[in-house]
Ligand binder design. Structure first.
Ligand SMILES: *Cc1c(COP(=O)(O)O)cnc(C)c1O
Length: 396
């Protein structure tokens, strides 16, 4: 079957909630993917940073297969011999007291929202039904009805009402704006330290630190969504480390599953995650032994292969190279770690298609921005090739 046959089937039989590039990928290894015609491409999206470890990493594959032979699912009605070990690994790696496992990123965000509200009622003493959470403009935290209720993107939000109340939107990057939205009912501020879907939007230096201070001053929880920015993508294990803050909860996902399996969850303190009692929250698949085995291997690869340090160093290298490109089509190039937003003065999609024809897969976001996020296993030679092809398409 040729590419156009697959595309036809997909267009006819699938819902059109995505607008994919017309490349039908059949196999992949590390930074490379191949389409069914055998063309080879450098993956510079990494499934929105879910593939920080590269495609089909042999160590994660091995962990998954070995676990799949033995035990895959118990439900949390019974215990299993893998989940506690994942807890231990995350505790040692991050210093957080507790972890609550989920599957998709959006579910983990929902979990943090529930924890914050419950903390508000049980600990802070907010009046029932009054809890408020302040979020940033331009945010992306997932696709559930509650999460899109506090999105300001008309595509994400339009025609999905009635919306969940209890959220206020402050101006991202402006700590004063967050402060001005605080009331006695505010239980949490929820933020991405760098906005990924927004187009790799990096807030002014000191923003997150100011938010942390505001939270402390007003007895408000700081919840950081590191689903995309975390686990090495920004050049630190977590992007909040750039500002030396200590959030009350950190939401992780994407690369936690190493590209093999959906694994997400919330890291938190005893005080925040301690609000949950048996029966008050859960997930059939959350914390299953297969997920735990995959997540442990995914974390091991990040540590053993120094992917955090690589992201920091190679990110600086690539950013410098891209900044040398002189073209009136470029509005701004910004980045942290191997995570770069290339903003154009015109629509980005035609350049994304040209890059595809040259063997580079990237994705446009918000019309004019190309997000560049190769696997953190990429080598200098791959980045040189990427920079050269970007230069070529922007020069022509
Ligand atoms: C991708 C993403 C989510 C949602 O994760 P899903 O697994 O798609 O539900 C939430 N927050 C951020 C910052 C993300 O990048």
């Amino acid at each position: 079957m040729l590419s156009n046959k697959y595309i036809e089937l997909e267009e006819k039989l699938g819902a059109h909630n995505y607008h994919p590039l017309d490349v039908v990928i059949e196999k992949a290894k590390d930074v490379w993917v191949w389409d069914i015609e055998g063309n080879k491409y450098l993956d510079c999206l990494s499934a929105y940073s879910a593939l920080n470890q590269g495609h089909c990493h042999p160590k994660i594959y091995k962990a998954m297969i070995e676990q799949a032979k033995k035990l895959t699912l118990t439900s949390r009605a019974f215990r299993n011999d893998k989940l506690p070990l994942l807890y231990k690994k995350l505790n040692q790696l991050t210093g957080f007291d507790k972890f609550l496992p989920m599957n998709s990123g959006a579910e983990a965000v929902e979990t943090a929202i529930k924890a914050a509200r419950k903390w508000g009622y049980n600990v802070k003493g907010v009046q029932q039904e009054k809890a408020e959470i302040i979020v940033g403009s331009g945010n992306f935290h997932g696709r559930t009805t509650t999460i899109i209720s506090f999105s300001d993107d008309p595509d994400s939000k339009g025609n999905y009402g009635p919306y969940t109340p209890g959220f206020k939107i402050a101006e991202y990057g402006n700590a004063e704006s967050f402060k001005n939205n605080i009331t006695e009912n505010t239980v949490a501020i929820l933020l991405e330290p760098i906005q990924g879907e927004g187009g790799v939007i990096i807030p002014p230096e000191g923003f997150l630190k100011s938010i942390e201070n505001i939270c402390k001053e007003h007895n408000i929880l700081l919840i950081v969504d590191e689903i995309q920015s975390g686990l090495g993508r920004s050049g630190k294990l977590f992007a909040y480390e750039y500002e030396d803050v200590k959030p009350d909860m950190v939401i992780i996902g994407k690369a936690l599953g190493g590209g093999f399996y959906p694994v997400s969850g919330v890291l938190g303190t005893n005080e925040t995650l301690g609000v949950f009692e048996p029966g008050t929250h859960g997930s059939t698949f959350g914390g299953n032994p297969l997920a735990a085995a995959v997540a442990m291997a995914a974390l091991d690869v990040i540590i053993d292969e120094n992917l955090v340090e690589r992201s920091f160093e190679l990110g600086e290298y690539l950013l410098k190279k891209l900044k040398k490109i002189k073209s009136e089509k470029i509005k701004e190039i910004r980045g942290k770690g191997l995570w770069i937003g290339l903003e154009l003065n015109e629509p980005a999609r035609p350049y994304v298609i040209k890059l595809k024809e040259k063997g580079i897969l990237v994705k446009d976001t918000h019309e004019t921005i190309i997000r560049i996020a190769p696997p953190l296993t990429a080598k200098k030679k791959h980045l040189n090739m990427l920079a050269k092809k970007i230069k070529d398409v922007l020069k022509n």
